[in-house]
Design a protein around this ligand. Structure first.
Ligand code: URA
Length: 234
């Protein structure tokens, strides 16, 4: 958001109310700037102004980036009628314009990035940007050398026209591997392991584009990214 900014635009952006509703509210004296009731829609708001809407302080907090250690049973969506969402774990004001940059399945744990910066999250998820996502994978069957080389070269997933892009696969133990991929197709890791005749029993994401899940974050905890971590995505 650029400042100075029209009052109706400012309120609409933060509250996500349509501009017509905001204008009606401003007319009804619902907007107060620096303690003064304002009825002009195009009143210019500065970044430092204290704005109240319907008696509550509303503030633009700028672009923000969080990392969360996602537990099982939470879904990566803004709202859901059936399940708890990752947003239920964030105790922060004004999360209306936020989204998850690269979802995880309900039963997958680990690194989730949450932001209100759409350009940045596009860079996280677009395969063209080659931002590798690294997963720790526990499998049902032993991991053979053949499986590792197939995963690295690319496999055909059921229902897809093209093979997966080159990946990095490293065996950690008989039933576990570290897999890095730069795409984010639906259930991609599970489908890749199925394509080589194995099955995922546990999946955990530890890194996205060089941003490593902070091991001081317990399951369900989160923190802001540092400036350096934000810059890793570009
Ligand atoms: N691949 C999957 O299959 N599931 C995830 O949650 C992430 C990647």
């Amino acid at each position: 958001m650029k400042f100075p900014c029209r009052l109706d635009k400012f309120i609409s952006h933060i509250t996500e109310l349509p501009r017509t509703k905001v204008k009606a509210g401003i007319k009804k004296r619902n907007a107060v700037v620096n303690g003064v009731q304002i009825t002009k829609f195009d009143h210019q708001v500065q970044a430092t102004d204290h704005v109240e809407w319907q008696g509550e302080h509303i503030a633009y907090l700028g672009l923000r980036y969080y990392m969360l250690n996602k537990p099982q049973d939470y879904i990566c969506a803004n709202n859901d009628d059936m399940h708890a969402t990752v947003f239920d774990l964030l105790d922060e004001p004004n999360l209306k314009n936020f989204h998850v940059a690269g979802r995880l399945d309900i039963d997958t744990t680990g690194l989730v990035l949450i932001t209100n910066d759409g350009d940045w999250s596009h860079k996280v998820t677009s395969p063209k940007q080659q931002k590798f996502k690294t997963y720790l994978v526990e499998t049902l069957e032993p991991i053979s050398d053949e499986m590792l080389s197939q995963l690295e070269e690319g496999v055909m997933l059921h229902g897809e026209k093209h093979a997966t892009l080159p990946a990095k696969a490293e065996r950690l133990a008989t039933y576990s591997l570290r897999l890095s991929i730069c795409e984010g197709k639906y259930h991609q890791v599970k489908r890749m392991l199925a394509a080589v005749g194995n099955k995922v029993v546990e999946l955990h994401r530890e890194n996205i584009g060089g941003i490593q899940l902070d091991d001081s974050l317990s399951s369900g905890e989160y923190r802001l990214l540092s400036e350096q971590e934000v810059q890793l995505i570009g």
